[in-house]
Design a protein around this ligand. Sequence first.
Ligand SMILES: [Mg+2]
Length: 492
Amino acid sequence: MQLHLPLPELTLAEAGAALPAPSHRIFCNRSLRLDRVQWIGFDMDYTLAVYDQPEMDRLSIAVTVKKLVEQGYPEALLSMPFRTDFAIRGLLVDRKLGNVLKMDRYRYVKRAYHGLRELSLEERRRLYHSRRLRPASKRYHWVDTLYALSEVAVYVAVIDALEVGGQDVDYSQLFADVRAAIDASHQDGSILDTMLADLPRYIRRDDDMPRTLHKLRSSGKRLFLLTNSHAAYTERMMDYLFEHGPSEYPSWRNYFEVIITAAKKPSFFTESAPLMETGEGEGQEAEQIERGKIYAGGHLALLERRLGAGGDRVLYVGDHIYGDVLRAKKESAWRTAMIIQEMDAELMALESCGAQVERMDELDDVRDALYDDLHEHQVRLKEVSRARDVLHAAGQTCTDLDSARVLHRHAIDRLKARLRSADAEYTRLEAEVGRAFHPFWGPVFKSGPEVSLFGNQVEQYACLYTARVSNFDSYSPMHYFRSPRDRMPHEH
Ligand SMILES: [Mg+2]
């Protein structure tokens, strides 16, 4: 049984030092020596700035729905409820059929919903299991940011609302409309302005974070900020986040050697855009990168020239698997750390399900043993039946063979009954454990007994992953993060 989250063995802290509490741990997929890292770069949104997800979802949903109604969608949408707890990261929207899917690492669809109705195994088989699904094709939309959760919540709710009224829904058009509405809300300021007007409501400020950055700097590391947010927004947000930092830092700018906004990741890593001044020199191309100034745009080679380092001397900390982690890794050989806000809830659910998970492990062994026994009796029954048929054909009978057949048959019936009951118990426990993680989708990192597609990407592209930036505070800036994956299964 492998229902455990794919958390590798916990990274050992320095010899003799106690491991941090689970929610403060940094997990390691690929070994990393922090003492060799000279530069640490940070993304801002959902990395340094942690948003309150339900508040953000409520805000995004309200402005999106308002825009949809302005476009001609029914007014009833304005007063209907939306499930902000429906979507999780790692889902796939099937724009053609209006379904939302969760896959395992083999791209096998393990769960699916149409609106808020879960598809049966039969439906999933018919729709998704006959050929290998291609998540990158146009038909599908990969939900890989926390920003995108609200659009999924709106999409499923509107499908339900329209279909209950007997309306035919063009699922693809609806999804395009929802996306356009939310993009417009970001651009026209409906979301950003509301947030900036009430940051304490929308941001869960981590007051340990400034000290963590100070500790990293004190150990000789240099920091940079690389965000897609625009300069003005970045300034407002960073002012708020670093309001209560150590007194050596009169401004958040003092923490960073280089500050780049409007970076347009992931194309920052692959294309070559000019680096622009902001503020007084706005509109002019920057000739050099000065400490304390805020720039916009630019590209990887230019930044690395300024850092005087690249490759594995740089650790980039971000939350977006594609924009931050995957591209940084593929194009630049930077080391990566992924901030996964969902970690706390996942770890808590995992802990609360310890007894069930243990029982499921036992049941796995029980089922394996029962299958072996069953198989053996079935083979024997065949042999005995064949021998009996040969005798029969020769006009003879053998009572021993007859009674052996009866014995094997009874054993087979008994074993099948025990298997059925073990299967039923396993299914019940699996559902219980799933609900402890998430009412609709179960764990973010797992899909049934397999690692989910999302978990798989975290494993592949994030050298380290953790719940929050301030978790670096629990480790020495010289820490050697060791991956348990340095060994193959046969070496254990
Ligand atoms: Mg981000």
